[in-house]
Write a protein that binds this ligand. Sequence first.
Ligand SMILES: Cc1ncc(COP(=O)(O)O)c(C=O)c1O
Length: 365
Amino acid sequence: MKVPFFDLKRQTQGLKKEVLSKFEEVVDNTAFTGGPFVEELEGKLQTYLNVDHAIAVNNGTNALYLALTALGIKPGDEVIVPANTFVATAWAPSYLGATPVFVDCDENTWNICPQKLEKAITPKTKLIMAVHLYGQVADLDSIMSVANKHHIPVVEDNAQALGASYKDRKAGTYGVISCTSFYPGKNLGAWGEAGAAFTNDEGLAAKMRMLRNHGCEQRYHHDLVGYNMRMSGFQGAALSIKLDHLNGWIQRRQHIAKRYRSEIKSTHIKWQQAQEHSDSVYHLFVITTENKEALLEHMKVNDVGYAFHYPIPCHLQKAYHFLNYKAGDMPNSEYLANHCVSLPMFPEMTDEEISAVIDCLNTFQ
Ligand SMILES: Cc1ncc(COP(=O)(O)O)c(C=O)c1O
């Protein structure tokens, strides 16, 4: 049996009629940018996360850019960013002329290491960016306590963990602002590009709403140098429908992960250690193995799809050569980059496909 790494068509086909009929409403209302369908989504997201303000924008990268602009990050500032993340986390400080200061991940949870984070703080540190990678919430207790001790705000990059909880609250409600991505392949994916920022701070929310719309509250009165980061009405409409399914999809991802964790007996692989006080929403199911090439060959022969998240850590990306990091600076992130394999993980996987992945891993010697 062939098991794809990911198949977005299954979910899309299932929702096609409903989403297309809402798209007709968008057309009939010519509500193409911002407007009632985006506002409906913002209201639903506020309820879902239990936050005061959701600011819908045109992608997750811009949500982070908007957040850091609103927080006043400027040239010369240092912003702490995990070395093990999708590189977009680092773009926002770079866009603003600030320096991303990369910090290694913990060797077991693969999220930012709180001890190394504290060591990276200098008088220039103006912000900590906490990423909940692969769907698993980072060690928020430790991160928040370091941040509070040094009076540094935290922005959560929640692009991969929307819907995950930490203690009694949702991830994305601990930092002063959190951001998410609705890139089509995310747990909650748009039918195009989209993202959002969240906050309980009314002043920051007002500033972000202005900044996303050319810096104005009142049309043609531009109080700030703003951007055009408005969300398309079509994405608001699609995401409003899809948000109602998110918890069910997360449960299915957790079921698949539970089967992988309990039924895969191979001693050649290691997985992401669970974070205390939290349950991953398994955007990705990443493992590491010392025998990566042999495992990939075995998966190929057995027709099981795979991917890599991520093959190069941020500090070794060409874009950041000018920061003079070198191999060996972030041993845990580098180990992960060199040994990671992502297994198929999407809610529409059939029970047979899940079993086929498990059988494949169990026959790997
Ligand atoms: C951790 C992380 N941050 C930021 C982004 C950027 O989001 P987008 O692709 O919507 O710009 C993504 C996803 O692509 C991501 O996974």
